[in-house]
Design a protein around this ligand. Sequence first.
Ligand SMILES: NC(=O)c1ccc[n+]([C@@H]2O[C@H](COP(=O)([O-])OP(=O)(O)OC[C@H]3O[C@@H](n4cnc5c(N)ncnc54)[C@H](O)[C@@H]3O)[C@@H](O)[C@H]2O)c1
Length: 152
Amino acid sequence: MDIRDGVALVTGGASGLGLATARELHDQGAKVIILDLPSSTGQVLAKELGENVVFAAADVRSESEVAAALSEAAHLRPLRIVVNCAGIGNGIKTVGKHGPFPLVDFAKVVNINLIGTFNVIRLAAERISSNQPVGEERGVIINTASVAAFDG
Ligand SMILES: NC(=O)c1ccc[n+]([C@@H]2O[C@H](COP(=O)([O-])OP(=O)(O)OC[C@H]3O[C@@H](n4cnc5c(N)ncnc54)[C@H](O)[C@@H]3O)[C@@H](O)[C@H]2O)c1
């Protein structure tokens, strides 16, 4: 796929894996949407990276906010690339000195890392599926995970 042909949306694009991905896609010639929380540094970074990078403030758990970010992408060029990097970690033990893992913290990780990621996947896939194919491809969705999955 020629990535200069479309828009790439990177969730969690204001930091860490997402920021590195956004920079790389930008350097390779893609238009990039950094989707991240309003409290993130996404707006500043987008300005710093230049006119081919746009910040969309959104929480991956929100249907309406993710849909708005995808609409913003569609105004620029067809959405062809989505990279899911938004996520949080949680170093709490199942049972520690202060008792069992608080369920509210576990639910937060599941809501952002699992349900939020799937929210982006499903809404982006709907848009990508209506793209004209380039060769045999309409687009690509890439999800990141953790080696910690194998530790539990
Ligand atoms: N960095 C690593 O080596 C590594 C390795 C394995 C897994 N992970 C996991 O990958 C994910 C990203 O890691 P990172 O190091 O880039 O973290 P990071 O904290 O540097 O970046 C995560 C980004 O996601 C954003 N974010 C968090 N919740 C969000 C939400 N609800 N909606 C939208 N954006 C949200 C944050 O604002 C932040 O900009 C985390 O879940 C982390 O646990 C990281």
